[in-house]
Design a protein around this ligand. Structure first.
Ligand SMILES: Nc1ncnc2c1ncn2[C@@H]1O[C@H](COP(=O)(O)OP(=O)(O)O)[C@@H](O)[C@H]1O
Ligand SMILES: [Mg+2]
Length: 212
């Protein structure tokens, strides 16, 4: 089982949106997927309540012990991918979510505030020696702000591809309790999220150690 953690202390950067988008895209790619919600705000649980499909399952965790129990339990149940959504704070629970991750994704909007907010997260990720990449989210389709942000993030670490553009489908899918690939399967957002899942999946498979 692989564990992917979405983390950055900046609220509104897209952790929950990308969590549900990637979880459903991975599920459609024939993986057994679970989401671990390590955020008391409950965005993913609320999304889950709006769904009719019982998958992916969503487990809420409130502390380090619950995360540490959830991982072996999901692994034993045959889950192939666990995605952890974290809160917009640099707290103990987020650090724990980083420490158990095979790969961390740090979403950032193309703004100096989002990029600065990623720095403490990056320090924690480095402390635990975890693999990571930035994901540029809610980007304009093109423009100089985008390339400036991409340059800034590239100097700090790897930048995942593709960039995720600001699109209504992401908001509407979240509201409808769907993954974006279920909400508008032929849309550009779906294309992006499938490609991002492909990118992440490639990073995971590159890893030498595969946990039972
Ligand atoms: N690529 C995107 N395009 C349009 N809206 C987005 C996109 N990513 C996130 N959003 C919206 O931005 C808001 C914050 O996103 P969210 O995923 O809740 O951030 P976080 O979990 O990091 O706080 C939500 O209303 C969400 O629908
Ligand atoms: Mg969130």
């Amino acid at each position: 089982m692989y564990v992917v953690t979405l983390v950055t202390q900046k609220g509104g950067s897209g952790k929950s949106t990308l969590t549900v988008g990637l979880a459903v895209a991975a599920m459609e790619d024939a993986n057994r997927v679970a989401v671990i919600e390590a955020d008391s705000q409950g965005t993913v649980s609320s999304w889950r309540r709006r769904r009719t499909n019982p998958y992916p399952r969503v487990d809420r965790v409130a502390d380090r012990v619950e995360i540490e129990r959830a991982i072996p339990r999901l692994r034993a149940e045959g889950v192939r991918l666990a995605i952890i959504d974290t809160a917009a704070t640099n707290n103990n629970l987020s650090s724990c979510a980083i420490s158990v991750a095979d790969f961390c994704l740090i979403p950032a909007r193309p703004s100096p505030a989002d990029i600065e907010a990623a720095l403490p997260t990056l320090t924690t990720i480095r402390r635990f020696n975890r693999r990571f990449a930035f994901v540029l989210n809610q980007t304009p389709p093109r423009g100089y702000r985008l390339s400036e942000a991409a340059t800034a993030l590239n100097s700090l670490g790897v930048l995942a591809l593709p960039f995720i553009v600001q699109r209504n489908d992401y908001q509407d899918a979240l509201g409808a309790g769907l993954g974006v690939t279920e909400f508008a399967p032929e849309g550009k957002a779906s294309e992006e999220i499938r490609a991002l899942w492909g990118w992440v999946s490639k990073q995971l498979n590159r890893e030498a150690v595969v946990h039972g």
